[in-house]
Design a protein around this ligand. Sequence first.
Ligand code: GLY
Length: 281
Amino acid sequence: MTIPKLIIHGGAGSLEGNLSGKADLQKSLNEICKNTYKVLLKTNSYQAVLRGICYLENNQLFNAGTGSKLQSDGRIRMSAGIMDGNLNKFSGVINIQKVKNPILIADHLQKEKHTVIADNKATLLARNLGFPVYNPLVEKRWNEYIKNQIGNYGTVGVVALDSKGNISAGTSTGGIGGETPGRVSDSPTVAGNYANKYAGVSATGVGEQIINSGVATKIVTRVEDGLSLKRSVNKTINEAKKLNYKFGVIGISYTGEICVEKTTDTIFYAWHDGKDNEVFH
Ligand code: GLY
């Protein structure tokens, strides 16, 4: 039996230059990590990732689901991706609107022939599946929008390894805030979220730069090719530093290695290594 492991993140960056909310954010992450680990023990890596992302999307402190940032036209468009590493299957939604949990529609797409759906057709799919109209806007985000306080980052992610040794990864985002309407972030792509039998990675940071570097897939492929997770992550982070790219990653490998690294000032995260039932961060 493999010892189940879990790592979650609440975004990289600078909280729009204001770190006063850091303690609340970390407290929420620790709580969500504990609850998600319980799900992991009872179910599997995929279900734990799904539930963990829902917890994060439902907490308005994070820029995903409720609490998502607004694009430059004042609309919230959310994106999410989930990957079952055992099945080697990615699914996602891009720029979906007015749903509570974008990750649940991404989950539905795991069973479909076409597994990534965008824009109004993604929203229509949610309605057809019975997901009710939901407004994810919170006051804080509206105030940021009208004051033009545009952050650079913000995303949530979960990576889990279960007792059977299967790995899954999920990532969800409200985007960077103030972006061109319809901009596509890295989160619903394999650059921002990837898992196979060797490792799982979720990225957070500037989506364009994460896409340019193919971050999540690259790290996982390096593990598959024989590098440790730490070396794979460090290699990718060093490459990013040379380009002045700003992002962070979390990951778990099949050997149970847990890793978190960043080129940003901050990445908010919590993990559970299963050994002593403690959450570390
Ligand atoms: N990584 C989130 C975004 O760029 O939208």
